[in-house]
Design a protein around this ligand. Structure first.
Ligand SMILES: [Zn+2]
Length: 317
């Protein structure tokens, strides 16, 4: 609905998708939508932006779907080697800063729209319109609630499926914190909106590395000699790219080089998907050493911190 009525996609559009076809619902949902529109559609899968760029040049697609950080990397290549006329770029699966969005939009001279969804919802819960003031929610398929909200109206998003026979969900807790925006959008689309997701309730962080949480870094640090049990992962923004800093405490005898080498080897061997994203340049990864006993400032050490300065939500109606 949204990609046709609000974003203006038409049958004559040439669509290339770099959505990851492995254990992700978005490619299937997109395929169904494009079959309905009868667009020319190539599913590249999540190949490297370099390979995608080389192959895509022949098709000169005017609509590209992909994960936002992947699209930004592709845009960097296009800035270096040349872009072609683009109608729109569409990202799903993670959030990016407005600065990173601007890079992609300026290279292609076209808008980059973001969507919001979960695997459990089987596809998009909401998508941006041309105003990019939050996500127009799919009110025809879901009933949205935020049962407990703070003073600003933000709370955990809870949704109920309205038209699904398989795996219906009743008041499913998304663990994402947002605000229901019921004021009419100036774009004219009837569907109401969700504000930009402010945070996740748990410690899972969605970034260029992938969906990461404490267990990921625990596994990366497993069997690494010379580090204490205390560690902390911090996700920062370095220019347009996510930087994952893994802060560790080194034993007096331990050297950083050996630790860093083992950590990277563990990342490569134990998390194929995260390593693939690293090789694609979707994020930077560094191990930061600290003296033993200095990381923990209080009883509980927060394991994963998201320190990125994403653009604050700004709704203007
Ligand atoms: Zn709108």
């Amino acid at each position: 609905m949204c990609i046709r009525d609000s974003l203006g996609m038409r049958r004559e559009d040439r669509v290339l998708s770099a959505y990851d076809c492995s254990f992700w619902v978005s490619p299937a949902v997109l395929r169904m939508a494009l079959q309905y529109l009868k667009c020319f559609h190539v599913e590249a899968g999540k190949i490297s932006p370099e390979e995608f760029y080389e192959r895509a040049r022949a098709y000169r697609p005017n609509v590209i779907f992909g994960e936002p950080s992947w699209i930004v990397r592709l845009s960097e290549l296009a800035r270096e080697y040349g872009a072609w006329p683009m109608k729109l770029l569409f990202g799903g699966g993670e959030n990016i800063s407005e600065e990173a969005r601007h890079i992609a939009e300026s290279v292609w001279n076209a808008p980059l729209y973001l969507s919001y969804g979960q695997t459990e919802s089987f596809g998009t819960l909401g998508a941006e319109c041309e105003r990019k003031d939050g996500y127009h929610r799919n009110d025809l398929f879901f009933f949205f609630e935020t049962p407990e909200t703070d003073a600003d109206g933000y709370g955990e998003l809870v949704y109920t499926t309205l038209a699904r026979d398989v795996m219906p969900l009743i008041r499913y807790r998304s663990t994402d914190v947002t605000r229901l925006v019921d004021e009419r959008c100036s774009c004219g689309l009837f569907a109401k909106r969700l504000a930009k997701i402010r945070a996740r309730c748990d410690e899972m962080v969605v970034c260029g590395m992938g969906n990461v949480g404490p267990w990921v870094f625990e596994e990366i640090l497993r069997d690494v000699d010379g580090v204490s049990p205390d560690w902390q992962a911090v996700v920062r923004l370095e220019e347009w790219r996510d930087l994952i800093e893994l802060h560790v405490e080194l034993d007096r005898s331990g050297g950083l080089n050996g630790v860093e080498h083992t950590v990277r080897e563990n990342l490569r061997k134990r998390f194929v998907g995260f390593w693939k994203n690293y090789q694609m340049g979707l994020y930077e990864f560094r191990v930061i050493p600290h003296p033993r006993g200095t990381l923990r400032q209080s009883r509980k050490l927060r394991r994963v911190l998201d320190d990125r300065q994403l653009q604050d939500e700004c709704i203007t109606v």
